[in-house]
Design a protein around this ligand. Structure first.
Ligand SMILES: O=P(O)(O)OC[C@H]1O[C@H](OP(=O)(O)OP(=O)(O)O)[C@H](O)[C@@H]1O
Ligand code: HPA
Ligand SMILES: [Mg+2]
Length: 174
């Protein structure tokens, strides 16, 4: 990755993996089937902003009503900069997890390099970390995920995209 620092992560990725709302909902439900074997959980912690959508679906399916957020900013569209923790977990949630995060469920849309996940794990090491998608570099940090894509794939989420014309594959479409 380091050999083209001027390129965004998406440009370096090369391959595109577009995800529809329907597919995302199905993948979140598949994730919940696995998490249901691991819980119960006292609370769900969404890593914003991408984790908010899967956290809502997973919490609904697991019947969990306490939802907290860890707010982290790093990617400016597709370029990753320094990680900034804008908000940590609340004191109430930390108490539910006994200080180390035991019985808490962290949810994010994906792990890529693993930097975001590593930071949250350091805050609450005993929490269970679940993502819908995982790339190889971040995969060791995740306890439960559904689909792995290669490191050189960029995942396009439905809340970041809109329907648009695509040239035929024969003419060079990705
Ligand atoms: O494993 P990493 O390389 O750290 O990348 C994964 C993180 O990057 C994205 O969030 P982003 O920082 O773009 O913010 P957003 O969720 O607000 O879109 C994604 O939602 C993960 O949280
Ligand atoms: O593949 C990705 N897609 C969307 N956002 C991301 N943030 C890090 N990697 C990705
Ligand atoms: Mg995110």
């Amino acid at each position: 990755m380091a050999e083209h620092p001027e390129l965004s992560a998406q440009e370096r990725a090369g391959k595109a993996f577009p995800v529809s709302w329907d597919q995302f909902h199905r993948d979140c439900r598949a994730l919940t089937w696995r998490l249901n074997e691991v819980g119960p959980f006292h609370a769900v912690i969404a890593i914003t902003r991408g984790g908010l959508v899967p956290a809502a679906i997973v919490a609904r399916e697991l019947g969990v009503r306490i939802i907290d957020t860890v707010c982290i900013a790093s990617y400016d569209h597709t370029k990753q900069g320094d990680l900034k923790v804008l908000k940590g977990i609340s004191a109430d949630t930390a108490k539910l997890g006994g200080g180390t995060g035991k019985g808490l469920l962290i949810v994010d849309d994906l792990v890529d390099t693993g930097k975001t996940g590593r930071l949250v794990r350091e805050m609450i090491p005993d929490a269970h970390f679940a993502t819908v998608y995982a790339k190889p570099m971040g995969r060791p940090l995740v306890d439960t995920f559904i689909t792995e894509v290669s490191q050189d794939t960029w995942i396009f989420f439905p809340w970041d995209t809109a329907l648009s014309f695509q040239p035929p594959i024969r003419d060079g479409a990705a």
